[in-house]
Design a binder for this molecule. Structure first.
Ligand code: AMP
Ligand code: FE
Ligand code: FE
Ligand code: ZN
Length: 284
């Protein structure tokens, strides 16, 4: 079976590998298609496409937006859009400004506790505008305030902890609209990560179908057979196409491997064909 990975993060957000390094690793694994889906950033797509071309691996455009729904933050993936699209890039600029405001609060609070860090310094060090909590987590690990990124989140950065500050999200329907008008396909990321009851999850999926979301991430690191079967059924019932990916972040999530996730992930090539078919359909 040909395998692919449609959910990965690079140094253009909170991943530790460059797009080229991800494509090299994908080549070693024998993956035949990859999408880089950085948080609120499309800067890595060009590099990924060039590396993919050299290696004979198909690269499609990808992005992952945080967006708001009923007081929750929901992640929405976008695929096959035009990375140069004006409204998409304006939207990213807005999201990055909201990140920046939140990041300044985190940095200030950390400095009050004697940890030298600033938004500007993180941007410079990482060479990206999409700075997030994982980068602050890394600072906490380096300064021996936490043992790991995960530990730093648990002690300091999760909601309710001292360095947590909320940020404003674009609403879910607006996010889907922006992706669609850029010629892309909106897809719901990791549907089991949001602490919904079964009833709430169902309502959410139905709502998403109504606002123009076209796909459901039906394969994801750590999702077992029952969860996978449930997602396949919901995709069929509600008319979503299926996608899948590892959510690889390199050293920021060391337990997750490219392509295979927590070990048993398999995303079949057919999912990409279905995604492209859907793309053709909605473009009509
Ligand atoms: P932000 O968007 O800046 O609020 O950061 C959220 C991102 O942090 C998520 O998209 C994940 O990539 C990462 N993240 C959240 N929780 C954890 C955790 N416990 N361990 C490692 N990474 C996490
Ligand atoms: Fe992330
Ligand atoms: Fe996500
Ligand atoms: Zn992700």
């Amino acid at each position: 079976m040909e395998r692919i990975d449609l959910h990965t993060h690079s140094t253009f957000s909170d991943g530790s590998c460059t797009p080229t390094e991800i494509l090299q690793a994908a080549g070693e694994l024998g993956l035949t298609a990859v999408a880089i889906t950085d948080h609120d950033n499309v800067g890595g797509i060009g590099e990924a496409m060039r590396a993919g071309e050299q290696m004979g691996i198909e690269v499609i455009s990808g992005v992952e937006f945080g967006s708001g729904y009923r007081g929750r933050s929901i992640h929405m993936l976008g695929y096959l859009f035009d990375p140069e699209d004006e409204l998409l890039n304006e939207t990213i600029d807005w999201v990055i400004k909201e990140r920046e405001k939140r990041n300044r609060k985190i940095a200030e609070k950390m400095r009050q506790d004697g940890i030298q860090v600033s938004e500007e310094q993180l941007r410079e060090e990482h060479g990206t505008t999409s700075i997030g909590r994982p980068h602050f987590a890394e600072v906490l690990v380096k300064q021996n305030r936490a043992n790991s990124i995960r530990d730093a989140f648990q002690k300091y950065l999760n909601p309710g902890e001292v360095y947590y500050f909320p940020r404003t999200f674009l609403p879910l329907d607006r996010t889907a609209e922006v992706i669609r008008q850029a010629g892309g396909v909106p897809v719901l990321a990791h549907p089991f990560q949001y602490r919904f009851s079964d009833q709430e999850r169902r309502e959410w999926m139905e709502y998403c179908r109504l606002i123009g979301v076209e796909g459901l991430e039906c394969r994801y690191s750590g999702y077992g057979e029952l969860q996978t079967r449930y997602l396949d059924t919901m995709a069929e019932r509600l008319g979503f196409c299926r996608t899948g990916g590892s959510d690889f972040h390199g050293a920021y999530k060391p337990e997750i491997a490219l392509g295979t996730g927590r070990g048993s992930l398999e995303v079949p090539r057919e999912f990409l064909d279905d995604l492209k078919n859907r793309w053709e359909e909605i473009k009509k």
